[in-house]
Design a protein around this ligand. Structure first.
Ligand code: FES
Ligand SMILES: [Fe+2]
Length: 395
């Protein structure tokens, strides 16, 4: 984030705190509960969002050296990402060209991928290198000489993959076309210098979007998180800005007040707020005071009421002492605890609520601009109309 923007945001947030105000959407908006309960809607999302939108796979450091690879099936497709000896990061469908087994599992470092079933081997560029008893497979090599490549973009220290193979076979794409101008701001966090500390999977019995919603508004902080975060963050104060379908939501920490005693040139937005970037459609990137958290959220098993959040915790340098480890462990635990003990049980209840027939719509108030932006953006991305329904019309 450039310095002028940072100072301006600090001033706006101080103003909100002083006046008891917050960023407001133009009007409230109602969202059909079908968004969370309809199998047809989920099928549409899986095709449109989890096939054709870039999905964040991780940060560059997870593939720091040539030969390093990771597999990832959370989008519903088996994906393999590997760094070649030429330093280029590539993505493939993790599908053997023989009979479709996964050629790699988990993560690690290798020179060749060897399919566990019949030992066909592939190099780091996906090229088929070895076929036992190849004479028995006459003429197949012309049509299937390598793993199927997926478009990948590595930029700003982040790695995105489009899970559907490009019709023209393209192996790269330009993520800036999707970021709505957020690129330079993401670059400013120097995520390319961060390291993975740990990641955890948190499964939940709720629609995947309900888990995303958890991070998009500060309206609930002073109530649901009164005991856990109430002393750390202001309730119902946030700044909101849209970047295409993406967004930035900033929640001020109570220590923001200390900026008043500091000269402006020492002001730090990151150290005095929680900044949440919604990277449409399913990722939250959260620079915290001294680390970065990334939540990736996916539907599970084709069910409207099952989801998983993968939470990744990234640090400026790998911990070397027990003290450093304890510090990060405590931070990571707090994040997972608040989300799993406070936010997600509410989400589980919402899933029952939206499916109960109690009401046809839920409503997002003007104090929840991130919610309105996200859910309207989803409807647009799916080719659905974005109707305005006034709250008075609720049946
Ligand atoms: S399925 Fe991979 S070698 Fe047979
Ligand atoms: Fe929350």
């Amino acid at each position: 984030m450039d310095r002028d923007t940072e100072i301006a945001l600090c001033k706006t947030l101080l103003h909100y705190v002083d006046t008891g105000t917050t960023a407001l959407a133009d009007a409230p908006w109602e969202n059909s509960v079908d968004a969370f309960t309809s199998p047809e809607r989920l099928a549409l999302e899986q095709q449109a969002l989890f096939r054709d939108y870039p999905i964040l796979m991780g940060i560059s450091a997870e593939w720091a050296e040539p030969g390093q690879y990771r597999t990832d099936g959370l989008s519903g497709l088996p994906i393999l990402v590997a760094r070649g000896n030429d330093g280029v990061l590539r993505a493939f469908l993790n599908v053997c060209r023989h009979r479709g087994a996964k050629v790699a599992d988990g993560c690690g470092a290798t020179r060749l991928f060897r399919c566990p079933y019949h030992a066909w081997t592939y190099d780091l560029t996906g090229q088929l290198r070895g076929v036992p008893a190849e004479a028995a497979f006459a003429n197949f090599r012309e049509s299937r000489s390598s793993l199927v490549a997926l478009p990948l973009c590595e930029r700003y220290g982040l790695v995105w993959v489009v899970p559907r193979p490009a019709p023209d076979g393209a192996t790269t794409f330009d993520i800036d076309r999707w970021l709505g101008g957020l690129g330079p701001e993401l670059a400013s966090y120097r995520i390319d210098t961060y390291h993975l500390y740990d990641r955890r999977l948190v499964p939940e019995k709720a629609n995947w979007k309900i888990l995303v919603d958890t991070f998009l508004e500060g309206y609930h902080i002073g109530f649901l998180h009164k005991e856990s975060l109430g002393s750390i963050l202001y309730g119902n104060v946030s700044h909101f800005e849209a970047f295409g379908s993406n967004a930035r939501v900033i929640l001020p920490r109570k220590k923001l007040a200390r900026l008043r005693e500091q000269p402006e040139d020492q002001w730090s937005l990151m150290r005095n707020t929680a900044i949440v970037y919604l990277l449409f459609p399913n990722t939250l990137l959260v620079p915290q005071g001294d680390h970065i958290e990334i939540q990736r959220i996916f539907p599970v098993d084709g069910r409207v009421d099952r989801a998983v959040m993968e939470t990744g915790f990234y640090v400026p340098k790998p911990p070397t002492t027990d003290e450093e480890k304890l510090h990060w462990e405590k931070n990571f635990d707090l994040l997972v605890k608040v989300v799993s003990n406070e936010d997600f049980p509410i989400g589980r209840g919402i899933q029952l609520g939206v499916g109960s027939g109690a009401q046809s719509h839920v409503v997002y108030g003007q104090v929840e601009p991130g919610m309105i932006h996200y859910h309207q953006g989803l409807r647009r991305a799916l080719g659905l109309p974005v109707d305005a329904r006034l709250p008075a019309a609720v049946g």
